[in-house]
Design a protein around this ligand. Structure first.
Ligand code: PLP
Length: 233
């Protein structure tokens, strides 16, 4: 069947993989320490299949509904898919999110943590969780404030026994990203968390040099996104 998606996804993937390898080498880290999360939000299944056919298995989506629509089918076609939620999660979508995702990178408030914990018990499932940190203390942005991180982690790991393994951030637009990456890396170290999801198409090399274990790349792989109306989910 002819594939209509016009971007050379396999070629772009190969390119970013080699750039990632260079950044890993230049920062004296070990090969294989950085996981590429291919951000497929807004892109159609035929584009995603190009990445899957090229061997990519880890993907990121930012909306539960959209992800459910695309991935329930794709999961029947391909094995070993690892799906990450990278957008804000509303509590009323937690059941679907827990069912669909292998990792939720955007755990960011006590109420959500409690609902996810209850849902995991109900579904008898275990998934990986990262806490999103609002490193720039931006009022419009999701994420736990740096000062609130210790008590939030205590709630998640202690009381709720959630499998929190990492931190995630999205640096403020127009600021030096590196400063935020270093801060996130310090916080992860302080709290004994091994995963750091940071770095997007524009700044993943800097993120890797600051210790990123997960980089989230959309446009560098799939090309430019159409502008879509924003808002949660
Ligand atoms: C869209 C998105 C990305 C990917 O952005 P690109 O600039 O296209 O690489 C990464 N992280 C999050 C949280 C996103 O919403």
């Amino acid at each position: 069947m002819e594939n209509k998606f016009e971007i050379d996804v396999a070629g772009q993937l190969k390119h970013v993989q080699s750039e990632i390898a260079v950044a890993v080498r230049e920062s004296s880290r070990m090969a294989g320490q950085v996981k590429l999360v291919a951000v497929s939000k807004t892109f159609p299944p035929e584009a995603i299949r190009l990445a899957l056919n090229a061997g990519q298995r880890v993907f990121g989506e930012n909306r539960v509904q959209e992800a459910a629509g695309k991935w329930s089918q794709l999961r029947t076609e391909y094995d070993n898919i690892e799906l990450h939620l990278i957008g804000p999660l509303q509590t009323n979508k937690s059941a679907v999110a827990v069912e669909l995702f292998d990792c939720i990178e955007t755990l960011d408030r006590p109420k959500l943590a409690k609902v996810i914990a209850a849902e995991l018990t109900k579904q008898q499932k275990s998934i990986e969780l990262f806490v999103q940190v609002n490193t720039g203390a931006e009022p419009q942005k999701a994420g736990v404030l740096v000062d609130d991180l210790p008590s939030f982690l205590e709630l998640c790991r202690g009381d709720l026994k959630l499998n929190v393994t990492g931190l995630m951030c999205i640096p403020p637009i127009g600021e030096v990203a590196q400063k935020h990456f270093s801060l996130l890396s310090d916080l992860a170290q302080q709290h004994n968390l091994s995963n750091l999801s940071m770095g997007m198409s524009a700044d993943y090399e800097v993120a890797i040099k600051s210790g990123a274990t997960h980089v989230r790349l959309g446009s560098a792989i799939f090309g430019r996104r159409q502008i879509t109306p924003s808002g949660p989910d």
